[in-house]
Design a protein around this ligand. Structure first.
Ligand code: H2U
Ligand code: ZN
Length: 349
C-alpha cells in the first residue's frame, strides 16, 4: 500500500492517446533502478560528399540500371521496388468474412533531400531544408489528385532499417486510408463534433500554456514530447494555426518549419552525439470527399534510442501483447531535449 498522494513522477499510471484512442503505461518509479549497461559513444562516421557506390548520389546508376541526373538540389523518382502498384485487378469476394482481402492501388517515390551524400536535414542549411518542405508540399498536391492518401516520411539510420545514409525520404500514395490515418480521422472528427474545436489546436494551446513538454518553439510551430508519447524521445510537431495539409502552409510558415525541423534534429543528434535514428512522417487531411475541418496537419517523430547511441527501446513482450510502456516520463524527456545545445556537436569548435 502506497500512502503518499498520487504523483505523475512517482507512481505507475496510464496516459490516454486521443489520436489513436489507446493507452500507454508509464512507470516512472523504474527510473530509480540501477543501470549497469554500457553508455557508449560511437566514433563519428566520415562520409564522402559523393559516394560512387551510393544508389542515390547524382550521376550514379541505380540497382535497376537507371542513371540519376546530376541534380543540384533535390531529386524525386519512382521507387524501383514499389510496394504499391496501379491497375491491380479487383480481389474476388471472400470465401469467408474472416478471410477478407481488398485490392489496393498506389505508388511509391523516393526523394533525395540533397546531392551531398554526407549531409542530413540537421546539417543542411535552413534554406535547403526549405526546398525539401516545398517539395513535400508539391508532391502532396500532385499525388493527392489521384490518391486518397499521400504519406510523406523519412526513415533515418540503419537502426530504423534505412538502406542508405544518403539524405532521403519516401512517399507512398494509395487509394485507401491506412490504419493510423483512418484512426486519426475518426478520433479528430469525434472530438470536433463533441467540442466544436480542433483537437490538435486545443492540444497545442494547452502545451503552450503548460510549457513543460515543449522541446522547441517559434512563431508558427511547436515541438512537444506528447503527453501520451510511447517512444522515449518521441515528438509531435504542431502548427499554431489551423492548417489542413502541407501545401496549405504560407511562405512564412514554411520558413518557420524549415528552421524548427533543423533545430529539432540538431537537438536529437546532440542527445547522444550520434546521427539520431528515427522514423518521421506527416499526417494531414486526406483527399476524400468528406468534411475535413477536424483535421490538423502534424508530424510524428519516432526515434528508437533510449539510453545511448546503441541502447534502444524495444517494443516487445508486454508491449506486443498488452500496450506500450515507458519509464522516462514525457516531461523528463522534453526537459532533456530542451536543455541540449542548439549547436550541432559536429559543428562545435
Ligand atoms: P530506405 O532507406 O527506407 O530503405 O529507402 C530507400 C528506398 O529506395 C527503398 O524503398 C529504393 C528502395 O526500394 N531504392 C530504389 O528505388 N532504387 C535503388 O536503386 C535502391 C533503393
Ligand atoms: Zn549518396
Amino acid at each position: 500500500m502506497i500512502d503518499t498522494p498520487f504523483e505523475m513522477t512517482e507512481h505507475p499510471h496510464r496516459r490516454y492517446n486521443p489520436l489513436l484512442d489507446e493507452y500507454v503505461l508509464v512507470s516512472p518509479h523504474r527510473m530509480k533502478r540501477p543501470w549497469q549497461g554500457r553508455v557508449e559513444k560511437l566514433p563519428p562516421v566520415e562520409r564522402p560528399q559523393h559516394d560512387p557506390k551510393c544508389y542515390l548520389c547524382p550521376g550514379n546508376t541505380r540497382a535497376n540500371g537507371v542513371t540519376n541526373p546530376n541534380y543540384d538540389q533535390t531529386y524525386v523518382f519512382d521507387n524501383d521496388f514499389r510496394s504499391l502498384l496501379d491497375g491491380v485487378p479487383e480481389a474476388p469476394a471472400p470465401a469467408h468474412p474472416l478471410l477478407t482481402a481488398h485490392t489496393v492501388q498506389g505508388t511509391n517515390r523516393v526523394i533525395c533531400f540533397s546531392p551531398r551524400h554526407d549531409l542530413t536535414l540537421a546539417l543542411m542549411p535552413v534554406d535547403e531544408v526549405r526546398v525539401v518542405v516545398d517539395l513535400w508540399a508539391d508532391q502532396t498536391t500532385e499525388l493527392g489528385q489521384t490518391y486518397k492518401w499521400v504519406q510523406v516520411f523519412e526513415n533515418r539510420g540503419e537502426m530504423m532499417g534505412s538502406s542508405n545514409p544518403h539524405p532521403h525520404g519516401q512517399i507512398w500514395a494509395e487509394n485507401v486510408l491506412p490504419n493510423f490515418v483512418a484512426k486519426e480521422h475518426v478520433t479528430q472528427r469525434k472530438y470536433y463534433q463533441e467540442n466544436g474545436s480542433v483537437m490538435l489546436l486545443d492540444y497545442a494551446q494547452v502545451e503552450a500554456e503548460q510549457g513543460e513538454r515543449i522541446v522547441i518553439e517559434n512563431d508558427d510551430w511547436l515541438v512537444v514530447v506528447p503527453f501520451w508519447a510511447t517512444w522515449p524521445f518521441e515528438t509531435l510537431l504542431l502548427p499554431r494555426q489551423h492548417v489542413l495539409r502541407l501545401p496549405d502552409l504560407t511562405d512564412t510558415q514554411r520558413n518557420g518549419l524549415a528552421a524548427i525541423l533543423k533545430h529539432l534534429l540538431i537537438r536529437y543528434d546532440n542527445l547522444f552525439e550520434v546521427s539520431f535514428p528515427y522514423s518521421m512522417g506527416w499526417h494531414g487531411a486526406p483527399f476524400i470527399d468528406e468534411s475535413l475541418d477536424h483535421w490538423q496537419l502534424h508530424a510524428h517523430f519516432y526515434p528508437p534510442l533510449l539510453r545511448s547511441a546503441t541502447v534502444r527501446k524495444f517494443m516487445v513482450g508486454y508491449e506486443m501483447l498488452g500496450e506500450p510502456q515507458r519509464d522516462l516520463t514525457a516531461e523528463q524527456a522534453a526537459t532533456r531535449l530542451r536543455d541540449l545545445s542548439p549547436v550541432h556537436y559536429l559543428e562545435r569548435d
